[in-house]
Design a protein around this ligand. Structure first.
Ligand code: DC
Length: 222
């Protein structure tokens, strides 16, 4: 039987980078489910749809194929109709589209089998918003990884500056708060800790400290 570790939590808590690092340490496959919602968001954006046009987006699902693959380094790539779109899904515009499409029940249903299939075949660390609550409710370990909005905004702000992206801290903080609100107030699969999840708050830790904390929690509960 394969082992699943679910890691949920708000945007910017460090879920992706920490899950990736911890998966490497444990020789598990890391599955970033946000990339799947981003891929559907990208598809809608490319077609010129309004991000709130649910009808058009649901209809679009009949004509698209979304899949996951892994490159030689074990890094996940997302495929939209066979095209590797991994490098197009991280823009702020795609983030907003991803947030909108993720509130559509048909979109969530469309991605469910793909996510469950990955966990059936492999030992996975899967990160997202509803992995412990909806996708893998029987996961061996469920972690809700979080940090204060200010900490998460400051991390993202610094990342942007390092990448040469000019921005104001206040705008990044507003973006973090807006996405938190949208992700936790939607009717379907709202962001919330599973009843049996372990809350891990990384506000006081740097990357290495957060990684060690996460590994400790996982090993204690394995
Ligand atoms: O983790 P991320 O920022 O890449 O996620 C992109 C969007 O997808 C975000 O608005 C939340 C949504 N999402 C979701 O609803 N369920 C998941 N399992 C993963 C992401």
């Amino acid at each position: 039987m394969s082992i699943a570790i679910a890691i949920d939590g708000p945007a910017g808590a460090g879920k992706s980078s920490l899950s990736k690092a911890v998966a490497k340490e444990l020789s598990f496959i890391y599955v970033d489910t946000g990339a799947l919602y981003r891929t559907i968001g990208l598809s809608a954006l490319r077609k010129g749809f309004d991000k709130n046009d649910t009808e058009q987006i649901v209809e679009m699902l009949n004509g698209i194929d979304v899949n996951l693959a892994f490159n030689d380094e074990g890094t996940q790539i997302v495929l939209l109709n066979g095209e590797d779109v991994s490098s197009y899904i991280r823009t702020p515009e795609v983030s907003m589209f991803a947030s909108s499409v993720s509130a559509i029940p048909e979109v969530r249903g469309f991605l469910l089998d793909l996510q469950r299939g990955m966990a059936k075949k492999n030992n996975v660390i899967m990160d997202g918003r509803d992995i412990g609550t909806v996708v893998l409710p029987q996961a061996k370990i469920k972690i809700f990884l979080t940090a204060s909005p200010e900490t998460r905004a400051m991390r993202r702000y610094k990342e942007n500056l390092e990448k040469g992206i000019n921005c104001k801290y206040e705008d990044v903080l507003k973006d973090v708060n807006d996405r938190d609100f949208a992700d936790s107030h939607r009717e379907i699969a709202p962001l919330k800790p599973a009843k049996d999840s372990i809350i891990v708050d990384t506000s006081e830790y740097d990357f290495e400290g957060s990684k060690q904390l996460l590994l400790k929690v996982i090993k204690e509960n394995m």
